[in-house]
Design a protein around this ligand. Sequence first.
Ligand code: FMN
Length: 186
Amino acid sequence: MSNDTLRLISARRSHRAYESTPINEEQLNAILQAAVESPSAVNRQPWHFTVVRNQGLLDEMNKAVWEQMMKRDTEKRSPRFADSKFHVFYHAPTVIFISGMPDNPYTPIDGGIAVENIALAAESLGLGSVILGMPRDAFAGEKADAFRQALRFPQGWDFVIAIAVGVPADTKDAHIVKEDRISFVD
Ligand SMILES: Cc1cc2nc3c(=O)[nH]c(=O)nc-3n(C[C@H](O)[C@H](O)[C@H](O)COP(=O)(O)O)c2cc1C
C-alpha cells in the first residue's frame, strides 16, 4: 500500500551536508506550523522552538561539544569526532533547537514527536534535515547557561533535541531496518 504520506516517510533521510542557501521565510513558517501542530501529552505543548541562523553561535556550540567529547575516552566518543573537520551542525543554514519543560515525564517524547513533524515537513518542501542529539553536550560545559540564554530557552527549561534544515548537498541510502522489531499478538 502507498500514498503521499507513506512515500514521504520512506523518502526522508538524515542529510549531513548542506548548501549555504538559507531556507526562505515561507518554508520556515510552514515547518514551524507543523512543529506547533504536533500532539503532546495532555496538550501541554512542553516545548519551545528556537530558530538559529547565526553561524557564529553554531560554531561556538560546535566547539563546546568538541570540548566535552574530547574529555571522554576515545572508545566512548562518537566515531564522527575522528575527523577534525566534523561539525556537529554540518554547516546547515538553519538549526531549530527544541527546549523542554522540566518535571514533565513526556517532555522528551513530545519533543521527539515535534522534531519528526519538522523533519517530515522539511522533506515535503523538498528540503533536507538531520535530527541532532549531540548538541546536548554544549549544555554540560562551562558555557551551558550562556547558550541557554543565547537560545532564549524559557527559564528552567533545557535542551531536548535539535534539527538542522536546509537544501541537502548529499545523498544517502535508506537505513537498514533491524529485524525482529515487530511482534504480533493476535
Ligand atoms: C534522537 C536522535 C538523535 C540523533 N542525533 C544525531 C546527531 O547528533 N548527529 C547525526 O549526525 N545524526 C543524528 N541522528 C540521526 C540518526 O543517526 C539517523 O536518524 C539514523 O542513522 C537513521 O538514518 P536516517 O535518518 O537517514 O533514516 C539522530 C537521530 C535521532 C532520532
